[in-house]
Design a protein around this ligand. Structure first.
Ligand SMILES: N[C@@H](CCC(=O)N[C@@H](CS)C(=O)NCC(=O)O)C(=O)O
Length: 206
């Protein structure tokens, strides 16, 4: 397998965690977002110009959640979702909270567009970033407590919810977002990054 990725990309980080959890070896193909490589030849791999993408033989998959779901179907252990349909839907909702309602608003190209098309200065861009993160994390903190408030996001069992949360929290810390109002999210993050699958996937080790 070949993973097209950028070391600092949170969507790539999700897939690295999944590959580690499933103990799958892969070749990393770096796509440097600072050099805008995602808009060059890489569009032959993913026409959307976004990392990550995973090549398996002649087949290419995009979208981190689709890739992780593929891994979960092909390598069932350890499972990324609960077996019970209701519980699975609850974990999927946490995944979508992050993948659909938080991450896209703060993506590189969105922040770049604010700068180039609306002349937003760095402080304004930061306000935008923090605003959407605050709305997203406010509800995630409540959900984390409702789902028992243990060491992992959902009922104290490692799941896709953690695979999604950890890169999003790391990204928030990088953008100097105040995590004080989110003690449970921070607790999950801090204990998760001691797990080898998460620790080895951290951007510094990519
Ligand atoms: N929904 C996509 C999001 C992918 C995405 O936004 N990737 C970012 C890095 S985290 C990217 O490639 N950004 C390039 C850009 O914004 O130009 C997924 O989960 O794979």
């Amino acid at each position: 397998m070949k993973l097209y990725e950028y070391w600092r990309s949170s969507a790539s980080f999700r897939v690295r965690i999944g590959l580690n959890l499933k103990q799958q070896s892969y070749e990393s193909v770096p796509i440097d977002l600072r050099l805008n490589e995602q808009s060059g030849e890489f569009t032959d791999i993913n026409i959307a110009g976004l990392v990550p993408a995973l090549r398996v033989g002649d087949d290419i998959m995009s979208q981190s959640v689709a890739i992780l779901n593929y891994l979960d179907r092909t390598v069932p252990e350890p499972p990324l979702y609960p077996a019970d349909p209701i519980e699975r839907a609850q974990v999927e909702a946490l995944v979508l909270d992050i993948a659909c309602d938080i991450h896209p608003l703060n993506n590189l190209r969105v922040l770049g567009y604010l700068k180039t098309e609306f002349a937003a200065d760095p402080e304004t861009v930061n306000r935008w970033y923090h605003h959407w993160l605050e709305i997203g994390f406010d509800s995630l903190e409540h959900r984390a407590m409702a789902f028992k408030g243990g060491d992992w996001f959902y009922h104290d069992t490692l799941s896709m919810a953690d695979v999604m949360l950890v890169p999003q929290v790391l990204n928030a810390l990088r953008y100097e977002f105040d995590m004080t109002p989110y003690p449970q999210l921070m607790h999950i993050y801090e204990q998760a990054i001691t797990h080898p699958a998460f620790a080895d996937a951290m951007p510094r080790n990519a």
